[in-house]
Design a protein around this ligand. Structure first.
Ligand code: EPZ
Length: 417
């Protein structure tokens, strides 16, 4: 029952609305911890990562209510000393709480988040930056305690523009004494959303959207009502679905301004793109072109989260495509599963994949091993003749609110089995 069944081989026709962004809402939930007030977060996606984060916040004393797509987080009466002693464990995104917990209570003990199939996922950049703000880190077997009396604003230069490290530094800096200058900050849209959320709550942050953020700490924060922007990677998933299967779809609420790099790739493959205020229309016929070379990059480059989704669509494009993955060291796990369906893909080391377009894919049973790779298999299932069964649906449910509903809206024959 933890599978998705797809009867593929037909073009997609239909429209679906794009859900709120997973990678935007998780840091907002952490930011709410800094605010001794009530925050209301609208357009929140109903996904398992959000459910887990709600549990973590409840576990450290927040009152969290979820009604449909609206989340109410009341962090007014947290027992600071109890929270300080709490172990925040249980999932990777708990690392999002590191900066906020230090900002709120000055202490946190948490498991090392650990790697996943796409890479080792270290947190050295998070810890080194926080050390520069006066935090002491006591590393133990499998977990660590971070403690600080008063966070100090300082100049921090990130060697890699890490999204998560940028988020943790921002969350700590808004509560620090003095000014923090963060250089080589990540510029992903989710960072902008976090800064806008905090600024609306009373924080003073300059340089939003750029690589240098200047955060004036110590401003008191008040509760706000905030709407989560649509998920650019979910929109990109359905974009690559029509690029693989062909057809004509409309994506309501698609965050087009954040999708420039992926829309350019779709046009290079032969898509007809039409942008309106309401969303995005994509037409793709059966003659999709290959992409001779593309590399994943930090924003505004082509997102690493889109890499396996594009790979699936390229398996039947006319010609040879080359994708270079520059962000994570093990993000080609999906290749073996796509080859089971008839794709012709050769790996050159763990950073480059050569995809030779084939006439078509054949449905079969495949296994999802992580979130975006799992979604890529659903794309391949829409493209393949016959039935495809994608096992381990729970990986996909981490980031997609109801992928079957969305694909059914787009005319695909997809169901949970
Ligand atoms: C965020 O992960 C996203 N997750 C990822 O989305 C996304 O792929 C990634 O950013 C890159 O855009 C969330 O927002 C919840 P990083 P994050 O820190 O913050 C290395 C999805 O599918 N690094 O920008 O963990 C790291 O190993 C997920 O929704 C260090 O070396 O990514 C990687 O090679 C998957 N040390 C690179 O930096 C550190 O301390 C970029 O990672 C931190 C990161």
């Amino acid at each position: 029952m933890d599978a998705i069944h797809i009867r593929g081989g037909n073009a997609l026709f239909g429209e679906t609305r794009i859900q709120g962004s997973k990678n935007a809402v998780l840091p907002l939930m952490a930011a709410a911890l800094l605010i001794k007030d009530i925050c209301i977060i609208e357009n929140c996606p109903c996904i398992s990562d959000v459910h887990h984060m709600q549990q973590l916040l409840r576990g450290i004393g927040c009152k969290v209510k979820c009604s449909g797509h609206t989340l109410t987080i009341d962090a007014r009466n947290i027992e600071e000393d109890i929270m300080a002693g709490e172990n925040v464990t249980g999932m990777r995104s708990s690392i999002m709480l590191l900066g906020a917990m230090l900002g709120r209570v000055g202490e946190v003990t948490m498991d090392y988040p650990g790697g996943c199939v796409i890479g080792e996922r270290p947190i050295d950049l998070h810890l080194n930056a926080l050390r520069r703000m006066g935090v002491s880190v006591y590393e133990k077997e499998g977990y660590f305690t971070a403690r600080v009396k008063t966070l100090e604003g300082t100049v921090i230069r990130l060697p890699i523009s890490s999204v998560g490290a940028t988020e943790n530094i921002i969350l700590a800096a808004v509560m620090a004494k003095g000014v923090t200058v963060l250089q080589n900050a990540a510029k992903e849209p989710e960072i902008i959303t976090l800064c806008e959320f905090l600024r609306e709550a009373g924080a003073v942050i300059e340089g939003i959207g750029g690589a240098v953020l200047i955060i004036q700490g110590g401003h008191s924060l008040h509760g706000i009502r905030f709407r989560v922007p649509p998920d650019r990677i979910v929109a990109g998933t359905y974009l690559m679905s029509v690029m693989g299967a062909g057809g004509h779809i409309f994506l309501e609420d698609a965050p087009v301004a954040q999708m420039r790099s992926m829309l350019k790739v779709a046009e290079d493959m032969g898509a007809e793109i039409d942008v309106s205020r309401e969303g995005l229309s994509i037409i793709a016929d059966e003659n999709r072109r290959a992409i001779p070379y593309l590399k994943t990059e930090v924003y505004p480059g082509f997102p690493t989260d889109m890499q396996s989704l594009l790979m699936a669509a390229l398996t039947t494009a006319a010609g040879v495509s080359v994708i270079e993955e520059t962000i994570f060291e093990n993000r080609f796990r999906i290749v073996d599963q796509l080859k089971k369906m008839g794709a012709c893909i050769e790996l050159q080391g763990n950073r480059q994949a050569v995809i030779v377009g084939v006439d078509g894919l054949l449905g079969c049973e495949v296994d999802a091993e992580e979130l975006r790779g799992g979604a890529a298999l659903v794309i391949a299932g829409c493209m393949a003749l016959g039935e495809t069964v994608v096992n381990n649906r729970h990986f996909i449910e981490r980031g997609y609110e109801d992928i079957c509903r969305d694909y059914q809206n787009l005319g695909a024959n997809v169901y949970i089995g």
